[in-house]
Each structure stands twice: as structure tokens, then as C-alpha cells.
Design a protein around this ligand. Structure first.
Ligand code: CP
Length: 298
């Protein structure tokens, strides 16, 4: 059994295996596997939670329903205790989303099950990075010589961090942009650029939601769309073949306008579809032990 906790330890051959397997799952019949999967989501989710359930069902895996609000977490059960419990129940894969840096909390735990990171605080969202990579790969067929601009609330974004680490590994140049007070400098190799210059230089523009729930003080979004949003006027600044991504959920008409969401360059719903395929590939990898040895172990 393998685990996927971080994009940091993935090499390009492993990423390509996951992308090719996901593409094959989009085009053909899935392998059928035996096992049980549970989603342990301590933060809200629509896309990641449903697509992992869909992926597991397509692979013939049994899915257990777990709702934090109706679980013994409400009586004080810790994440480690929940994980040890589902491990003892015989669950094969636990898919975890938590607001803390939970990877550090589990690293010394001896668990038989596989762990998949479905979001850890600001830090990592590896399956989102993989599905973003698949969406880019489908369009360009390569990452070499591509420039990816990641724009918006970068500071609070685990997607920005996982994307930046993964895309650089695959050969792309990554730029962070948006309001300077929402910037971060904790990812090596990423340049900071003003918004208009960044989107004009980019082959891929990834817009990020202002994550109001993670801000310590209220963030004022008056004029955000004019200053840092992708709208009809800014579409004209993009290169002819540039595509637009957004991990969702979207703050409509804040970081991206309705009209841009409806534009064929915008791949938001394709990302969602690709999310099911990537998560099938990740679950297959976990269940079959991986073709390239250890992916990332807990
Ligand atoms: N992109 C993403 O993680 O969306 P959800 O929060 O809806 O899962």
C-alpha cells in the first residue's frame, strides 16, 4: 500500500504515470479493485470529496460514509484516534482534509492503511495539483517552456503551493501575482510579478479565490475585480493560446467574472472532470502498491 501526502517527493516519471493512467481512465473502462475507502474531511468540500467518492465507485471500491459533525470528533476524538479507528476497522485508504498541517501529526504513526492528502491547511493539495497538471498537459502536451501565472490569495492557498512545486518539477516557469499583501515567498524558484504583466506573459493563468475564512481580519474586496480580477477587458491581454484554470469554488465576479467562466478558454469544469480521473489513478496507485516504488510514505 502506498500513500500520497505531498507533491514534494514525486518525480516526473511518477507524475507522468499518474497523468497517463488518469487519461486512460477518461478514455476507457476502469480496472476493478477490491477494498474500502473513507473520506475524513474536517473542512468543507464539494469537488474533492465527491470526486474521490466517484473515483472509488468507478474502481469498484466500497466507500464508507463519515461525517465529522456526526462523528465522535464532536466528543473530542483526535485525528490520530479517528485514523487508528478506521485502520482497525480494516479500511484500506483514508482520504484526509484538515485545516492543520496534519502531515506532521501523522508522520510517526504506524498505520496499515494508505493516506491520501485531500488538503492540509495552507500547505498542500496534491491531487488538485495533479488534476491541474492533467488539464494543462491535455492542452499543451508538455510543460517545457510554459509559463504559469497563479493569481490572487496566494498566501492562503495550498493549491498555489502544490501547483508551483509540481509544475516547476515538470519544467514550467511559475509566477505568483495578485495583491502584494496576499503574497508568499515560501516556494523556491517562483517569481513575483504585477498582475497585468503576469497574465500577459502566461500560457496558463490560474485564478484563486480570496479565502475569507482563513483571513484574520476582514479582507475588503471592493475594486478587487478591477485591480486583480480576470474580466473581459483583461482577456484581451492574454496570449492567443492561453488557458484559464480555477480550482473552485469561485467567488463569481470577484477574482473571475461570469463571462470569463463561460469563455471556452476557461477549463474550470474540465478540471472537475479530470479530478475524478486523477483520483482514480491515485487510488489505483495506493491499492496496487505503485509502479515506481514508494510514492510518498507516511
Ligand atoms: N478545489 C477544491 O479543493 O474544491 P473543494 O473545496 O470543493 O473540494
Amino acid at each position: 500500500m502506498e500513500s500520497l501526502l505531498s507533491v514534494k517527493n514525486l518525480n516526473s516519471a511518477q507524475v507522468l504515470w499518474l497523468l497517463r493512467t488518469a487519461q486512460a481512465r477518461l478514455e476507457g473502462k476502469p480496472t476493478q479493485l477490491k477494498g474500502t475507502v473513507v473520506n475524513l474531511f474536517f473542512e468543507p468540500s464539494t469537488r474533492t470529496s465527491l470526486s474521490f467518492q466517484m473515483a472509488a465507485q468507478r474502481l469498484g471500491l466500497h466507500t464508507l460514509h463519515f461525517s465529522v459533525e456526526k462523528s465522535s470528533v464532536c466528543k473530542g476524538e483526535s485525528l490520530i484516534d479517528s485514523l487508528q479507528t478506521v485502520d482497525a476497522l480494516g479500511v484500506d485508504i483514508a482520504i484526509v482534509r484538515h485545516g492543520d498541517d496534519w502531515l506532521n501529526m501523522v508522520q510517526d504513526q504506524a498505520l496499515n492503511l494508505s493516506l491520501v492528502n485531500a488538503g492540509s491547511g495552507y500547505w498542500e493539495h496534491p491531487t488538485q495539483a495533479l488534476l491541474d497538471a492533467l488539464t494543462i498537459y491535455q492542452h499543451f502536451g508538455t510543460f517545457q517552456n510554459l509559463t504559469v501565472a497563479i493569481a490572487g490569495d496566494v498566501h492562503h492557498s495550498r493549491v498555489a503551493r502544490s501547483d508551483a512545486i509540481l509544475f516547476q518539477k515538470l519544467g514550467a516557469k511559475v509566477i505568483f501575482t495578485g495583491p502584494e499583501k496576499l503574497s508568499t515567498n515560501d516556494i523556491t524558484g517562483v517569481a513575483w510579478m504585477d498582475f497585468d504583466s503576469a497574465i500577459s506573459a502566461a500560457d496558463v493563468v490560474i485564478m484563486l479565490r480570496v479565502q475569507h475564512e482563513r483571513h484574520q481580519t476582514a479582507f475588503n474586496i471592493t475594486n478587487y475585480n478591477q485591480q486583480y480580477g480576470l474580466n473581459d477587458a483583461r482577456l484581451k491581454q492574454l496570449k492567443n493560446d492561453t488557458i484559464i484554470l480555477h480550482p473552485g469554488p469561485v467567488n463569481r465576479n470577484v477574482e473571475i467574472t461570469d463571462s470569463v467562466l463561460d469563455n471556452p478558454r476557461c477549463k474550470v469544469l474540465k478540471q472537475v472532470t479530470n479530478g475524478v480521473a486523477i483520483r482514480m489513478a491515485v487510488l489505483e496507485w495506493c491499492m496496487t502498491g505503485g509502479k515506481y516504488g514508494h510514492l510518498v510514505s507516511a
